[in-house]
Design a protein around this ligand. Structure first.
Ligand code: ZN
Ligand code: ZN
Length: 175
């Protein structure tokens, strides 16, 4: 979304509030989000640009819902992500001391457009590892079924090897 900075640039306002939603498909130059993640809501962006004597900062809260799968058992799961997005807003390179371009949103023709930056930050903030539960046991390496219940491999073993040791100890002690 293009945000009109005119009220701030004309010094009529020192705080510009904004709220909008976006979807990666509609953003030109948006980076890719992990293939394992499927966004299930538009990306919500809520924040403000504050001008303190010409030094402008943008602070926003970004939130989105998504579907993915458990990395251990492949069960589908849904999650939400909320993160803070902060940038410096500047007219031209001369007005900022640190010209590390990634953290700066440039004003072009009186407007700022940081949709692609939000999506890039989102792709970095998304967890790379998801679990359906903290103690997900994962899948059995023998039958490929989930270890808590569906896998019956353990039942097929006649005697648990740990019990076998106790059995021998018991036999020895009786002698
Ligand atoms: Zn799992
Ligand atoms: Zn199994």
């Amino acid at each position: 979304m293009k945000l009109d900075m005119t009220p701030v640039l004309n010094k009529r306002m020192s705080v510009l509030d904004f709220e909008f939603t976006l979807t990666p498909e509609t953003v030109e130059g948006a980076c890719d989000i992990s293939e394992e993640i499927e966004l299930t809501s538009p990306i919500r962006v809520l924040g403000k640009i504050t001008d303190i004597n010409g030094y402008m900062t943008l602070k926003a809260e970004v939130s989105v819902s998504y579907d993915t799968v458990c990395d251990r058992c492949l069960a589908p799961l849904s999650d939400e992500l909320t993160f803070d997005f902060e940038r410096t807003v500047a007219m031209n390179a001369a007005s900022v001391e640190d010209c590390d371009g990634d953290d700066i949103i440039w004003i072009k023709e009186g407007k700022v457009d940081f949709d692609a930056d939000v999506i890039e930050e989102l792709s970095l903030e998304l967890p790379i590892y998801h679990l359906c539960s903290e103690d997900c046991p994962g899948l059995c390496s023998v039958c490929g079924k989930k270890l808590d219940g569906e896998c019956k491999c353990a039942d097929k073993k006649e005697i648990d090897p740990r019990l076998e040791i106790f059995k021998k100890l018991l036999e020895n002690s009786e002698k």
